[in-house]
Design a protein around this ligand. Structure first.
Ligand SMILES: CC(=O)CC(=O)SCCNC(=O)CCNC(=O)[C@H](O)C(C)(C)COP(=O)(O)OP(=O)(O)OC[C@H]1O[C@@H](n2cnc3c(N)ncnc32)[C@H](O)[C@@H]1OP(=O)(O)O
Ligand SMILES: NC(=O)C1=CN([C@@H]2O[C@H](COP(=O)(O)OP(=O)(O)OC[C@H]3O[C@@H](n4cnc5c(N)ncnc54)[C@H](OP(=O)(O)O)[C@@H]3O)[C@@H](O)[C@H]2O)C=CC1
Length: 278
């Protein structure tokens, strides 16, 4: 199978890596060579670590050899499946899918790794709503078991079955839901992270204490502020905005502190500073 990935950021790189580990021929596109080079470096490190820990039998170089890096969208023409993982912004994703729908062969399936943007809207933009679906991997992709499969209004049974089987071939556990704001994962996760940020703003406790309470008290692997930094505060804000607008309830209002930190360029791990410094 020829597997396309758009975006070589933390999610796109992880998806490409796991697809290549599963034996697929993978092609990754990003807007600039610099981002592709950075993405390739992250994949190389991850493969080396998995190999060293005995969690990857294949030689890392063989896996990497199955991935082609490009800046050209036209290279997706003969892909059987293309998964998009660019910035969490509906206008940017719509424009991309309008273009991609004209490039990929008619039988090709298009998927979005979006955290929250309506799959049905992106499907309409692509011009092939029956062959469009949400394929939502979790971060870090090489370590997390879940793929949330989101069916849009017109997603066909064949498309859902193909994507479910592909996720299984990638060693993941696919679980299906319908297209509502934030799906299941982020409708439940993100209000908790937002509430933790609200606790910082109101001075309920210091970040370390908030994270410690949730880690030690609830057995969460990461505290909510560490996790928000890990996901990216810009992505967290975009998700809260989709929940707020899409569900129309003020309980989803993004924390003003979250908004202010994004305005200040504090995006978490990827910018070097969020609730913690990296
Ligand atoms: C926003 C959305 O739309 C959806 C989302 O994705 S929400 C985010 C979902 N993800 C989570 O909630 C993650 C929560 N965190 C965790 O589950 C865990 O902290 C974790 C799985 C990330 C790490 O688990 P851990 O128990 O701390 O460590 P462990 O399982 O022992 O292994 C971690 C090892 O993997 C390595 N590792 C981390 N990322 C890696 C990667 N991408 N590739 C390879 N190795 C990696 C680490 O370097 C570490 O190696 P060392 O032991 O040598 O230091
Ligand atoms: N972070 C997370 O924990 C999770 C994120 N997601 C979703 O995955 C998607 C990507 O997130 P993430 O990987 O964290 O983001 P990153 O910011 O790490 O990566 C996004 C990548 O896409 C590139 N990009 C932006 N616009 C375009 C475009 N028009 N065409 C091609 N490439 C483009 C970016 O380049 P540039 O640097 O120039 O912007 C960047 O390299 C989002 O929809 C997000 O909601 C899903 C699950 C978990």
């Amino acid at each position: 199978m020829k597997f396309g990935v758009i975006g070589a950021g933390q999610m796109g790189g992880g998806i490409a890596q796991v697809a290549a580990q599963s034996g697929f021929d993978v092609i990754v596109q990003d807007v600039q060579q610099e981002y592709l080079d950075r993405g390739r470096g992250v994949i190389e490190k991850s493969l080396a670590k998995l190999h060293e820990k005995g969690r990857l039998d294949a030689a890392p170089a063989d896996v990497l050899g199955r991935i082609t890096f490009t800046t050209q969208m036209q290279d997706f023409a003969d892909c059987d499946l293309v998964v998009e993982a660019i910035v969490e912004n509906q206008a940017v994703k719509n424009a991309l899918f309008e273009q991609l729908g004209q490039i990929v062969k008619p039988s090709g399936i298009l998927a979005s790794n979006t955290s929250s943007i309506p799959i049905t809207a992106l499907a309409s933009a692509s011009g092939r709503p029956d062959r469009f679906i949400g394929m939502h991997f979790m971060n870090p992709v090489p370590l997390m078991a879940l793929v949330e499969v989101i069916r849009g209004y017109a997603t066909s049974d064949e498309t859902a079955q193909f994507v479910t089987q592909t996720a299984e071939k990638m060693g993941k556990t696919p679980l299906t839901c319908n297209d509502f704001p934030g799906f299941v994962s982020n409708r439940i996760l993100m209000p908790m992270l937002n509430e933790a940020i609200q606790c910082v703003m109101e001075g309920v406790a210091e970040p370390d204490a908030i994270d410690g309470i949730m880690k030690l008290g609830m057995n969460h692997p990461m505290g909510p502020l560490t996790l928000a930094d890990f996901i990216g505060l810009d992505t967290c804000l975009s998700i809260m905005e989709v929940l707020h607008a899409g569900l129309g309830d003020d309980k989803y209002r993004p924390s003003p502190l979250l908004r202010k930190m994004v305005q200040a360029g504090l995006l978490g791990r990827k910018s070097g500073e969020g609730f913690y410094r990296y």
